[in-house]
Design a protein around this ligand. Structure first.
Ligand code: 13P
Ligand code: SF4
Length: 304
């Protein structure tokens, strides 16, 4: 049996579904049952019927899966894969923000810990943030932790007043205007597609801004033949697979999230083979109760 066949057999025997984010290596995406952006993965995790979820992504994604489907056992392909942006905000900081802005809604990017979610009113992902925030009755919005996504949403919703946190994604922060201009000179006909975790000057120079799934959809539906992609290069796997006649260029030679890239097909296979001995995502009962509410509210507002 080759690795792929072994994985298929173990998945069936052990009743496991493999969920993967678009930023993991293409070889991992190929062995997953479902690949998506953070929103699609959260939705999928809330609906799966298998008893075990194996997550090829970073820790907040596994926590969200557990919060949305608490009866399932959730395992991480690489338990040490975290999100540095999620670590930039603490529950204590959220409590203090609330004291200073008692009339504001606390809107929490899904890239955050369960403890931070437990202090928040609603979660958002990059694909639904504008839609969800627009539906909130509060005029004042404390948006945590990503300041770039917060500014992107604020620009779309001038009727709201934003209070910003100073979090950012180190991978997207690296994408500089100077390098984007260089890429544009090298590929003058290319459309620029960016993730809203990029800085404002990058977004202003972009033809389209959206989540990883939105970028993939845009490239599929657009007539253009060339694209400069300002997000983690894991998305190139789907972009190139779906669009054989189109060319995709990164802004930087290395646009990678080191945590997402810790996940390999070998690690997925190992966790699957030794599933019973692997650590599960476990959260305190009280945190579970409070942290699932903003996530469920997001799913409800994003669907409506
Ligand atoms: P999306 O999956 O919403 O595109 O977000 C990207 C990201 O940084 C996930 O960590
Ligand atoms: Fe976190 Fe950035 Fe990696 Fe996404 S790409 S998981 S935001 S560090």
């Amino acid at each position: 049996m080759n690795n792929k066949e072994k994985i298929r057999t173990w998945k069936q025997k052990k009743d496991v579904v493999i969920l993967a984010h678009y930023y993991v290596d293409g070889a991992v995406q190929e062995i997953a049952d479902f690949v998506g952006d953070s929103y699609a993965l959260a939705k999928k995790a809330s609906e799966v019927t298998q008893n075990n979820i194996l997550f090829a992504g970073v820790s907040f994604m596994g926590e969200s899966a557990k919060l949305l489907n608490p009866k399932k056992r959730v395992y991480m392909a690489e338990p040490s894969a975290g999100c540095p942006m999620a670590d930039m905000v603490t529950a204590e900081q959220v409590r203090s923000m609330r004291m200073r802005h008692p009339n504001a809604a606390v809107v929490c990017y899904v890239n955050s810990s369960a403890q931070v979610k437990a202090e928040s009113d609603v979660c958002v992902t990059s694909s639904n943030a504008v839609q969800v925030v627009q539906k909130l009755k509060e005029k004042e919005i404390c948006f945590i932790p990503d300041s770039h996504l917060a500014h992107f949403v604020a620009q779309a919703l001038p009727e709201k007043q934003f209070i910003y946190h100073d979090g950012y994604c180190p991978t997207h922060q690296e994408i500089s205007l100077e390098m984007l201009q260089k890429a544009k000179r090298e590929h003058p006909d290319a459309h620029v597609l960016s993730h809203p975790e990029c800085a404002k000057d990058i977004l202003e120079q972009s033809d389209y801004v959206g989540s990883t799934a939105d970028i993939i959809r845009f490239a599929r539906e657009s007539e253009a033949k060339e694209y400069i992609i300002a997000t983690e290069t894991g998305v190139f796997h789907q972009l190139e697979k779906e669009n054989p006649g189109k060319a995709f260029y990164p802004v930087l030679p290395l646009q990678i999230c080191p945590d997402m890239k810790k996940i390999t097909p070998e690690k997925v296979a190992y966790v699957l083979e030794h599933l019973e001995a692997q650590p599960q995502i476990l959260l305190e009962e009280q945190i579970m109760e409070r942290a699932k509410r903003p996530l469920e509210r997001m799913l409800q507002l994003a669907r409506a």
